[in-house]
Design a protein around this ligand. Structure first.
Ligand code: USQ
Length: 416
């Protein structure tokens, strides 16, 4: 199958490309390298050294004997999106090219606006482009479990049966997102659902849990590694906790630490996306998959990291900084996730095994972590309308970060 991956240079996009190639699919990608620039904007870099995209493609050619098609460009430019779809006419599109960080979207008004404008514009361009150039293609759209928030009832997969004042209907489950970023995904979901209804498009909205991990079976060479972020803005909870342990910094479950989220290992997230691609809806349909493996509280993850670190001779401590976010720190959390199981999804490896693997890699890249240790602890505050000064104060040598727009020139480098 010919699959277009938007955001192919990212944390998920790159291993997905490798995974799909390994399964015999043809892969074409789009990226504007904005994540590389934005991670630099907040003074950080990937713990893993990431080659330029041109180099990545060359290594794929060398190792797999296959080519990855590539277009460098911006999803906020209609002419670009339309042109790619017209030339390629993919059978499936995995749309990952969005600003993916909740803290980044909360820095100030400019970062909030950039997040929502870019994310919604890119998705709308894709929907219009599909209608015009490839109406039979299947859109696999990266959403987030965070769209649902943390309601005090079970969370279905997208829709639920409801009875109100004697009448029944099947309705979208209420959304209660927790950041401007997460709200951008809610609005996207509405747009994808509507486009599917009016134009008969096939779409799978993937409510993705928090991803952790550094490797997939296809990453057989350091030159094929994906990026691994650990700073407060771009790193996700478990990845950050392991980086903190390696650095001898306190591990930081925010507030009470009883926030629960659905988590999934990188390689299983790739498995899930592939299953969605390989099993499209048979006709026009908007369907929703809750994509995570198991729910954990951040305290549970912190305890596991401390235990594994101890076996490696490290002795990190846990600290509970006041929660910089506005979120329930203790709550009910029972999302359902049956659709993927129905397609044959099976967890590949246990959480603890993956945690050990991340430790092994991060210990190798310890010097890269050390060089950016000042960007790990949280400064962006949900209650503050402007956290730029706090962010900038972490690294006195760097100027206050402006939002890095998608139109800025990209510099690819080995140290992104
Ligand atoms: N957290 C801590 N300590 C930390 C970092 C995070 O306690 O040092 C807590 C947060 O307060 C939150 C939970 O861990 O309660 C998850 O935070 P996160 O930073 O790991 O993930 P989040 O901001 O929710 O976003 C990430 C990805 C995003 C994806 C989302 C899935 O960046 O792209 O959509 O996970 S979900 O969380 O299910 O919405």
């Amino acid at each position: 199958m010919k699959v277009l991956i938007t955001g192919i240079d990212g944390y998920s996009g790159w291993p997905l490309a490798l995974h799909l190639l390994g399964r015999g699919h043809e892969v074409v990608g789009v990226d504007n390298f904005v994540t590389r620039r934005r991670v630099r904007e907040v003074g950080s870099w990937s713990a893993t050294p990431i080659p330029s995209f041109a180099r990545r493609r060359a290594v794929v050619r060398e190792r797999l004997g296959k080519d990855v098609g590539f277009y460098r460009g911006d999803m906020t430019r209609w002419a670009f999106v339309r042109d790619v779809l017209e030339r390629e006419r993919p059978e499936a599109i995995v749309h990952l090219a969005e600003q993916r960080s909740a803290p980044y979207s909360m820095i100030d008004v400019h970062h909030a606006v950039a997040t929502q404008v870019e994310n919604l514009t890119g998705t709308l361009h894709l929907l219009y482009g599909m209608r015009e150039c490839c109406p039979d293609a299947h859109l696999v759209k990266m959403g987030t479990m965070g769209e649902y928030g943390t309601p005090n009832v079970d969370i279905p997969e997208g829709f639920f049966e409801v009875e109100f004042r004697g009448r029944k209907d099947r309705l979208p489950f209420p959304r209660q997102a927790g950041s401007w970023y997460h709200w951008s995904k809610v609005f996207d979901s509405g747009d994808v659902m509507f486009a599917s209804r009016i134009w008969g498009l096939k779409a799978t909205d993937v409510m993705q849990g928090v991803i952790y991990g550094i490797r997939t079976p296809e990453i057989t060479d350091d030159r094929l590694l994906t990026r691994f972020d650990f700073d407060e803005t771009w790193g996700t909870a478990l990845n950050r906790f392991i980086a903190q342990a390696v650095l001898g910094l306190p591990i930081t479950p925010y507030g009470k630490g009883e926030q629960k989220r659905g988590f999934i290992a990188l390689e299983d997230s790739m498995q899930s996306l592939r299953l969605a691609v390989e099993h499209p809806p048979t006709g026009p349909e908007y369907r929703v998959f809750n994509q995570f493996d198991a729910a954990y509280s951040v305290n549970e993850l912190a305890d596991l990291v401390v235990r594994v670190a101890g076996e490696l001779g490290l002795s990190p401590r846990i600290e509970h900084p006041p929660d910089p976010r506005v979120e329930a720190e203790q709550h009910y959390y029972t999302p359902l996730h049956d659709h993927l199981l129905g397609l044959g999804y099976r967890r590949t490896r246990g959480l603890e095994e993956v945690v050990r693997e991340i430790f092994r890699d991060l210990l190798r890249f310890r010097r890269r972590l050390e060089a950016r240790r000042h960007v790990v602890m949280p400064t962006v505050q949900w209650r503050s309308p402007d956290s730029r000064a706090a962010l900038a104060a972490r690294a006195p040598s760097s100027p206050p970060p402006p939002p890095t727009g998608t139109g800025a020139p990209a510099t690819e480098g080995p140290t992104a």
